[in-house]
Design a binder for this molecule. Structure first.
Ligand SMILES: [Zn+2]
Length: 306
C-alpha cells in the first residue's frame, strides 16, 4: 500500500526541486522573463521594477524586503543601475544567500558586451548615472543569450536536480531567439546607418546591434534633465542632419521631446526599454518584436515622405 502511494506521488515530486520552486528576484522584468523561459515551472520570478518605470530610480517598497528575504537567486544588471535603491533593501532582507559574491547573486553584466566603459578615472561629473559603462545592455539580443546562459548555469547550481530541464529550456530559448533575431535584422536592415535621437542613453546596444546610430540625446548627460541651451543645440544638429525620429522611454516628461519634434519634423516614438513597458511587450522576445516594428514603420513612413 505504502509503495503504491509513493509511486503515485513520484511524477509530482520529480517535477519540482526538493525544496519547492526556486525563488528568483530580479531588478528588471527582462531578467525575470528570461529566468521564466529558462526555469520553466521550477522557478517563481518577481521583478522589483516594472517595465514602464525608470530602472535607475525604483521606489523601494516594504514588500520587496519580504521577497528578497525568501529569494534563492537575485539577478541584477550591475554597473550601478540599482545603486539608488537596492543595497539598503538587501541589508534589511538579511538573506546571506543573495548577497554580492554569494552563490545566489548574479550580476547579469558579466560576459555581456558592455558599451561606453570609462577608460580613465570614474567620476560622476554632473551626476552621470552611467559611471561604469552603459547599464542598458539587455537591449541587444546577443546579450540576452549570454544572460540566459548565465541564469541557466546559476539555476543548475542552486537546483542541480533540474539541470537537464534548464539545459533543454535554454536550448529552446536560444532557438526561438536566433529565429527572431533574423527577422528583426531583416526588418531594420533597410535603415542601416540611420541616425536617431533618444531621450536617455538607453539604446547604444540596441542601435549598434541593428546598425543604427545615436546623433544625440534629449538629456545633456544620463540622469540630467534637459536644459534650454542643450535643447537648442540638439534642434540645430537634428535639422542639419535630418534626424527622422526621437525615441523616448515611457517614464519621461513629453514636453521637451514634443517641442523638439515640432521644431525638427522628427517623429516622437514611445520606445519601450523593458519587458512590461506596454502590455504587448510581455516577454523578452515580444519586447523586440514591439520596438523593431514600431521603429521600422516610423522610418518607412518618413522615407516615403508621408
Ligand atoms: Zn541609464
Amino acid at each position: 500500500m505504502k509503495k503504491t502511494v509513493l509511486l503515485a506521488l513520484l511524477p509530482l515530486v520529480s517535477a519540482a526541486p526538493a525544496f519547492g520552486t526556486v525563488k528568483v528576484v530580479s531588478s528588471i522584468q527582462d531578467f525575470a522573463s528570461i529566468a521564466d523561459s529558462v526555469g520553466g515551472k521550477r522557478v517563481e520570478t518577481f521583478a522589483l521594477s516594472r517595465g514602464y518605470q525608470d530602472p535607475h530610480f525604483v521606489e523601494p517598497k516594504p514588500s520587496f524586503i519580504l521577497k528578497l528575504s525568501r529569494a534563492d537567486l537575485l539577478i541584477v544588471a550591475g554597473l550601478e543601475l540599482e545603486v539608488g535603491y537596492l543595497p539598503p533593501l538587501l541589508d534589511q532582507s538579511r538573506n546571506g544567500k543573495i548577497r554580492p559574491g554569494s552563490p545566489g547573486y548574479l550580476d547579469a553584466s558579466a560576459g555581456c558586451d558592455i558599451l561606453e566603459r570609462p577608460t580613465g578615472v570614474v567620476t560622476r561629473a554632473m551626476g552621470d548615472v552611467h559611471p561604469f559603462g552603459n547599464p542598458h545592455y539587455w537591449l541587444d539580443p546577443s546579450n540576452g543569450r549570454v544572460i540566459a546562459r548565465a541564469i541557466a548555469a546559476k539555476l543548475s547550481e542552486i537546483d542541480s536536480a533540474g539541470a537537464a530541464e534548464y539545459k533543454s529550456n535554454l536550448a529552446a530559448f536560444e532557438t526561438t531567439l536566433a529565429e527572431a533575431e533574423k527577422k528583426w535584422e531583416a526588418t531594420l536592415a533597410p535603415y542601416a546607418g540611420t541616425e536617431v535621437v533618444t531621450y536617455h542613453n538607453s539604446w547604444p546596444n540596441f542601435l549598434k546591434r541593428f546598425g543604427l546610430k545615436a546623433a544625440g540625446y534629449i538629456e545633456p548627460k544620463p540622469g540630467i534633465p534637459p536644459s534650454p541651451a542643450h535643447t537648442v543645440e540638439l534642434i540645430n544638429l537634428m535639422n542639419a542632419r535630418k534626424v527622422p525620429v526621437i525615441l523616448m522611454e515611457p517614464y519621461f516628461d513629453e514636453r521637451t521631446p514634443r517641442s523638439v519634434a515640432q521644431k525638427t519634423g522628427a517623429t516622437l516614438l514611445r520606445f519601450i526599454p523593458s519587458v512590461g513597458g506596454v502590455p504587448q511587450a510581455k516577454d523578452y522576445i515580444s519586447l523586440f518584436d514591439y520596438d523593431v516594428k514600431l521603429l521600422a514603420e516610423a522610418l518607412a513612413t518618413k522615407r516615403a515622405g508621408r
